[in-house]
Design a protein around this ligand. Structure first.
Ligand SMILES: [Zn+2]
Ligand SMILES: [Zn+2]
Length: 736
């Protein structure tokens, strides 16, 4: 029986109340010694008769911790008389950066307890909750390495901070109204509003129909009531885009269908936006024209206080940024950029060090990996090299691999403009810096012109690192599994090996050797990116028939426009070639008159999905072609079938549902053929189109019915938020 030893606990042990927890266990078991944070590990020197019980207790960890390993070494020297918490040391830095955590129930209770030290204080937190990533400049996570260092703690906070029996023992974010950050309310043009209680005042303004920017944990939101949503969309110039809402739990249950799993996600400490099916698909039309609505519960003290004062149980709560641009994090920028969009700004003086947008999940899958979920850490063995994956162009983030861990950053955005590129660079430097990365390999997209590709070259040159280009859809599959598989990647667009635009791809093999074995029919995209914005161009590109020309003419296309489009398609002038799944769904959406212009990412396909929800499914004849060694699903014949049914007067929602179903079935059939030919037992699925529940479930159902396993990675986005991780996995698999 041991009575002394050095215990090294590795994993997520920082910023999760681990040292106070160890202290409490030491007291409980009469252990003396010390505990010290060393970045991604905790080192405990322990002496006492109940060493074994103490070891068992500390090995279980705290609610927010995750333990990778527990090692015990011999310990010499004389036992001290007490157990003490030592200052953090630098130690090893491989691993963990704490993510932001929603305000816990105990802290909410403190805020609403009359006479409590924290009554009404919006930034109340404890070891179990509060901002983390958004305020840290470095690890180990201690107050002096966060933006809370600007707020020296008062004696009352100090006594809780040093009291081992208190929930705020060593809580780095401890603060009260006396010593912590403060709120302020401004008119949008910058005039301060003197309010005794800025939150109460803001609630009254919102109830009265004003649009208010609210500074949150990782950036500004724009909030308003349902009644003001139309006006907000008009001001933002985004009349069609669905907006997320923040609402009380009762209100969410009233407006949406909530499964047990979705309820758990809503109430989780990560508090993501959960995309839910509306109870009445036609409800809240000014907020979301789709059958779904993104809902989140209040997740900070400020939000809870706001809802306590509001008469409305639901607010629109959308990130304050242009689509694809970084979220606004400071007051100066908010005053400069938001003055035409909002009426008031509710802000605070705690600096946001690292921007962090809300996470979004749907049906158990991550759409946006961000606040609460990221920085995301995966224990994975990718060898000795330190690797950076710079992501794709749209919905980008970065991943950094070092010493058995891959860290994926929060969502960055669309790296098509200098601001977002700067944010990508800043994020890569911050995360790389925090974990002490010195890159050996930089992995980027195959597209030679992406800003992220140029950035990768620059970093490689400075670091003297190797460069590796990985095709977009192979990165999708690498993010799904490293096992031998047939991999289906269905999404918008990605640069292909042959310079065409891929997006409906089936691979076979094992990372890093994935062969393209099947794909959707390669069709023309007249006008390139214009065909993405105006999906009727895509429709005519796939189905250049007189019937489609007549349809477009009946919808107001002029003879001139049609003549230009026809010539373009016939002669192949300014026409890109694509096997994208997204573009085919866009074309169907245009054919059925559901969406004629895309005003936000994924709009035609999302509206098609909403229309298809109420439709009946019929199996259509599916035609397959050959292209060299690849099997090809004829999307032209599917669209022609949809056209015939539409012309014959069939129900739009039935055609939409059947189109999705037969497209999905066709993709599944090609994957099953590939798996059976090669004796591969599993099919991996990734790509943004897989968020479409009907398509995902049809593919999974067909594949399983063929006796094959379906693999999807629910730890990472199915969309492009998984690409940087897939790139790193690819790079780390290369040497083998
Ligand atoms: Zn708390
Ligand atoms: Zn205080």
């Amino acid at each position: 029986m041991r009575t002394r030893g050095t215990i090294i606990i590795r994993g997520i042990v920082q910023g999760v109340g681990f040292r106070p927890f160890v202290y409490a266990q030491a007291r409980k078991f009469g252990i003396t010694g010390t505990v010290k944070n060393l970045g991604s590990e905790v080192e405990i020197h322990a002496f006492g008769d109940h060493f074994e019980e103490f070891l068992a207790a500390v090995s279980r960890g705290t609610p927010l911790s995750r333990i990778d390993s527990v090692d015990i070494q011999d310990l010499r020297g004389n036992p001290p008389d007490t157990f003490t918490i030592l200052e953090s040391g630098s130690g090893s830095r491989s691993g963990f950066i704490p993510a932001d955590v929603a305000t816990c129930d105990d802290c909410i209770a403190d805020i609403f307890t009359p006479g409590s030290r924290y009554e009404g204080y919006w930034a109340t937190s404890c070891v179990n909750c509060g901002p983390r990533y958004s305020i840290i400049t470095a690890i180990p996570y201690d107050r002096e390495r966060t933006s809370m260092t600007a707020f020296p703690i008062c004696s009352a906070c100090e006594s809780e901070y040093t009291d081992p029996s208190c929930r705020r023992h060593h809580a780095q974010t401890i603060a009260c109204a006396g010593c912590g950050p403060h709120l302020a309310l401004f008119k949008a043009e910058g005039t301060p509003i003197m309010a005794v209680d800025p939150i109460k005042e803001a609630a009254a303004l919102l109830d009265g129909g004003s649009i208010v920017a609210i500074r949150g944990i990782g950036g500004f939101h724009i909030a308003c009531t349902e009644e003001a949503a139309g006006e907000l969309k008009r001001r933002l110039g985004r009349t069609e885009q669905p907006l997320a809402v923040m609402a009380t739990a009762e209100e969410v249950e009233r407006i949406a269908v909530v499964s047990d799993e979705e309820r758990r996600a809503l109430h989780s400490r990560e508090r993501p936006i959960v995309v839910l099916a509306k109870k009445d698909p036609a409800s809240l039309p000014t907020i979301s024209g789709l059958h779904t609505i993104g809902c989140m519960l209040p997740y900070t003290g400020l939000h809870h206080l706001l809802f306590a004062h509001l008469a409305h149980p639901l607010l629109v709560m959308t990130s304050a940024n242009l689509p694809g641009y970084p979220m606004i994090t400071d007051l100066e920028t908010a005053l400069g950029r938001l003055s035409g969009e909002v009426d008031y700004i509710l802000t605070h003086d705690r600096r946001i060090v690292n921007r962090c947008d809300d996470s979004v999940v749907r049906g158990g899958y991550i759409i946006r990996l961000s606040r609460g979920l990221a920085p995301k850490r995966a224990a994975i063995d990718l060898g000795d090299r330190c690797i950076l994956g710079v992501g794709p162009e749209l919905n980008a983030n970065v991943s950094v691999y070092r010493n058995g861990f891959c860290i994926t950053s929060p969502h960055v955005g669309n790296v098509r403009n200098p601001q977002t590129l700067a944010y990508l660079e800043e994020t890569a430097e911050r995360i790389g810096g925090i974990i002490g990365a010195r890159y050996d390999l930089i992995v980027h997209d195959l597209h030679p012109q992406f800003l992220s590709t140029r950035y990768a070259r620059e970093v490689a040159e400075v670091a003297g690192a190797e460069l590796l280009a990985v095709q977009h859809h192979r990165a999708h599959i690498a993010a799904a599994t490293r096992e031998e598989c047939v991999g289906i990647a269905i999404d918008g667009v990605g640069y292909g090996d042959d310079g065409t635009i891929w997006g409906g791809e089936v691979f076979a093999g094992r990372v890093p050797h994935l062969d393209r074995v099947a794909h959707l029919e390669v069709v023309p995209m007249p006008g390139g990116d214009l065909a993405t914005r105006f999906p009727e161009r895509m429709l005519y590109g796939i189905l250049p028939t007189s019937g489609v020309r007549d349809l477009l003419s009946s919808r107001g296309w002029s003879e001139m426009e049609l003549a230009v489009l026809t010539r373009q398609v016939e002669r192949g002038l300014n026409v890109a070639a694509t096997s994208s799944t997204g573009r085919v769904l866009d074309a169907a959406s245009a054919l059925l008159g559901i969406c004629r212009e895309r005003t936000y990412d994924g709009e035609p396909a999302m509206k098609l999905e909403s229309t298809a929800c109420a439709g009946k499914v019929t199996a259509w004849e599916i035609e397959f072609l050959r292209d060299g060694g690849c099997e090809v699903l004829s999307t032209r014949s599917l669209l022609a079938e949809a056209y015939r049914r539409s012309a014959a007067g069939a129900q739009v929602n039935d055609i939409a549902a059947s189109f999705q179903y037969n497209l999905a079935r066709g993709v599944a059939v090609m994957a099953i053929h590939a798996a059976e030919e090669r004796g591969i037992p599993r099919v991996a699925l990734s790509g943004g189109v897989a968020y479409n529940r009907a398509i995902r479930e049809t593919i999974a159902g067909e594949v399983q019915a063929a006796g094959l396993e379906v693999v999807m990675n629910q730890e990472y986005p199915l969309g492009d938020g998984c690409i940087s991780f897939g790139q790193v996995v690819y790079g780390g698999s290369e040497e083998e």
